[in-house]
Design a binder for this molecule. Sequence first.
Ligand code: PXP
Length: 256
Amino acid sequence: MTRKFAFLDGRKERQFKMAKLAVNVDHVATIRQARGGVEPDPAAAAVMVELAGADGVVVHLREDRRHIQDRDARLVRQLVKTRMILEMAATDEMLAIAAEIKPQQATLVPERRQEVTTEGGLNVAAHENSVKKAVARLHEAGIEASLFLDPEPGAMRLARKVGADIVEIHTGAFCDAADKAAQARELKKISEAVRIAREEGLVVHAGHGIGYKTILDFAGMDGIAEFSIGHSIISRAVFSGLDRAVREMLELARMV
Ligand code: PXP
């Protein structure tokens, strides 16, 4: 998003691109689940990240319930005043839960039980009909539909075809790239995917693996409306507190 600000002394107005930040609080639940108790509470974290200025709160309700529980998702929906984003697999169980909880946005992700985190984007080409039906069910419930996709031109076009409102471009390959050349290749793919998604009339989000340094690598890229970030923020919060960790990332997101 680009916002215009006029200088008070009459200098020409400047444009700032100010990406939004949605904070994923799954890892707060991961710490709670390590002891099977009640703290730290991801619902409390959701309130704190909003107070720090985040534009949205993300929770991923996984089939195996390894971190976020159903109770967390329901509570987060009640507490969050900005936007709740529910990450979920496109299964009947999750679609029914989404229709009941009614987050403002649902992001469809692929899910494998053994994976440590979401490993790749959704393969829309292989599941075009089921993704299209899932998007329609989300729309019936009044929920905006986002698809988590690898940065490939074909995937952006298919997202439009199945009726998605938003694409979240998977930034993991860029953030984990081993050297500068690989980074440059991955960044180019992302930039091209953003361009095509925008041409298709989709809103573009980006996420996975983004840290306090890598977020600024997206600064030259026009069209990313929102970042979805979890691990780096919760990791920093362990040392400097959640409020500060969110504010520091927000400051960087606003430069993109
Ligand atoms: N977006 C999606 C679709 C994800 O699955 C995740 C990981 O839960 C994220 C963003 C956030 O990734 P990270 O925790 O690496 O910032």
